[in-house]
Ligand binder design. Sequence first.
Ligand code: DX5
Ligand code: ZN
Length: 221
Amino acid sequence: MSKFLIAPSILSADFARLGEEVEKVLADGADVVHFDVMDNHYVPNLTIGPMVCQALRDYGIQAPIDVHLMVKPVDRIIPDFAKAGASIITFHPEASEHVDRTLQLIKSLGCQAGLVFNPATPLHYLDYVMDKVDVILLMSVNPGFGGQSFIPATLDKIREVRRRIDASGRDIRLEIDGGVKVDNIGEIAAAGADMFVAGSAIFAKDDYKAEIDKMRAELAK
Ligand code: DX5
Ligand code: ZN
């Protein structure tokens, strides 16, 4: 896997043509498909579930699918996503009754596991599970909608998580989600992130490749 991963959020794609959209954004240089699952309970919006993940696999999508669960309860939907072809499954620790158990459940199903932190969620949930996480996802907006602005306080949080990852000696991805754009991706990477979710920044443009190329150029600086 390359040093920096770009993960377009399909929340901002055209759902009427989802297979084509995902195929195109991958052909245009994306690494991972970011799949936002919202339940109108944990977050105020309702999106897509395991059937859509399976449909993308049946369509022929082979890239990793990064399932971001914004749902409560968490555990009972996880086996369905593993069966539907999810590669990574992340969840919000405050939405799980037993964080360690949920991480173990995801890994027992052969997926990579991760915790997601809202802008105001403290990092203490990581204290005793660093050996079980493959990904740490920091929300740089409040979850529920695409197209919001990056919250600058996230940069300090990224630096803190980067310190914890380096101290752990483990190969853990540090993923940032919300308001990531060409003009801030360099700064986010400099703070220590290595996986970038971008929804509106890519799908609102006509030319996905041009946008992804510009992001890569910023990351190469
Ligand atoms: C928000 C989602 C994000 C969102 C990102 O709850 O988790 O993945 O789609 O969208 P942008 O890049 O438009 O902020
Ligand atoms: Zn997301």
